[in-house]
Write a new protein. Structure first.
Length: 212
């Protein structure tokens, strides 16, 4: 099965168009004012309208006010929500929309405990950030701590780029990968060559017998 690819942190339509031309499965929009990749609602609305059917739009939050989440859902209509803070299961579930819960893998974690705490999450996103921080740092965690046989689907994130994603897929065999800084020339500014190289690297790894 092909590894699913999410590119996150879009702020410009020209970057989004390149990503879509490469056949990525999901694109992420960040709604956290503390992020270097935060996108205003009016720009996010324009970006969302460019995304074709069958490509998922993911809205990312970190300890956001309920009013902001509601506003984003009403205006952007994301396919999936992604929570990076200390959100309770009740907060994540109140929107009646599929969601991912980010796990801060900078510290050792009991991932089955996270699955039990967030039973309705569509999956876990394993990122290299510390608790309370946002991803997109360009740092990776120890991929040997990636789960085997986890009861939920999961996404590998944190420090991925075209040079190392093949190794990550070999070591961790994730169902999906999520990248932001590894495809950028600057925060929020995507690099077309890096985006293309990342997708090519994932597809090469998918063709390797060890990935099957």
């Amino acid at each position: 099965m092909s590894t699913r690819i999410k590119f996150c942190g879009f702020t410009r339509s020209e970057d989004l168009d390149v990503a879509l031309s490469l056949g990525v499965d999901a694109v992420g929009l960040i709604f956290d004012a503390r992020s270097k990749r935060v996108v205003p609602l009016d720009v996010a609305d324009q970006l969302r309208r460019r995304v074709p059917v069958f490509v998922s739009v993911v809205a990312l939050f970190r300890d956001a006010d309920a009013a902001l989440v509601h506003q984003v859902i009403e205006r952007i209509d994301p396919d999936l929500l992604q929570f990076h803070g200390k959100e309770s299961p009740e907060f994540c579930e109140r929107w009646a929309r599929p969601y991912l819960k980010a796990v801060p893998m900078a510290e050792s974690q009991d991932l089955e405990d996270w699955c039990a705490r967030y039973p309705k999450a569509r999956g876990l996103l394993l990122d290299s950030h510390a608790p309370g921080a946002l991803g997109g740092t360009g740092h990776r965690f120890d991929w040997s701590r990636a789960p085997r046989g986890l009861s939920k689907s999961w996404v590998l994130a944190g420090g991925l780029d075209a040079a190392n994603v093949g190794q990550a897929l070999t070591m961790a065999a994730p169902p999906a990968v999520d990248v932001s800084s590894g495809i950028e020339s600057a925060p929020g500014i995507k690099d077309p060559a890096k985006m293309r190289a990342f997708v090519d690297a994932v597809r090469r790894a998918d063709r390797q017998p060890s990935k099957e």
